[in-house]
Ligand binder design. Sequence first.
Ligand SMILES: Cc1cc2nc3c(=O)[nH]c(=O)nc-3n(C[C@H](O)[C@H](O)[C@H](O)COP(=O)(O)O)c2cc1C
Length: 198
Amino acid sequence: MDFESLRRLMISNRTVRRFDEKREISIEELERLVELVRYCPSGRNAQPLRYVLVNDEKEREKVFPLLKWAGYFTDWDGPEKGERPSAYLIQCLDTHLGANCLWNDGLQLEAITLSMHTLGLGGCIIKAINVPGLSEALDIDNRYAPRYVLALGYPAEQVRLEEMDGSNDADFKYYRTPDGEHHVPKRPLSELILHTRN
Ligand SMILES: Cc1cc2nc3c(=O)[nH]c(=O)nc-3n(C[C@H](O)[C@H](O)[C@H](O)COP(=O)(O)O)c2cc1C
């Protein structure tokens, strides 16, 4: 892969919160995604993360109410029936292997979402989760602490990147326009680079 292809993949790999729920995702497809995280870097190489794979409709119905979608959209409770995710990956920390994730969580989630995108799938990384509720609903042993839920499915919404104006107090909140498009402001490169010493 060349740099430009990877850059295009990263640009188009946006968070999606509305899906075509009729299109199913098999357990084999979920396993294929999780297999990739074997190759992620890992602090101490402890590889402490585990996944619960959910695609069954009844199990999905247990997970959905335990998630908080799009915190900035105070008048939206998440996707309607028919637009909900076709699957979930519940990322859990094996607490016997460490008390924290040392960034393994984010690295693996980015690897999975990028690879999902190459398969035509979209998703949303969700931190606002009811952890005890999830452990109970999915029978997760208390040795394994749910860290994130990755909701995934076939995208049914348009997402557009927007340039932020480059000032520190510029508004970074994502928003939705009346045509249903979701807009995500991103800071310009000039703001990311503090200074250059050459
Ligand atoms: C660590 C992390 C936690 C997140 N938690 C939530 C969440 O609880 N609910 C949600 O709807 N989106 C959540 N998101 C998605 C972000 O809102 C999304 O990444 C952000 O708006 C930027 O959009 P983009 O992913 O298209 O760049 C989370 C993303 C990350 C990286």
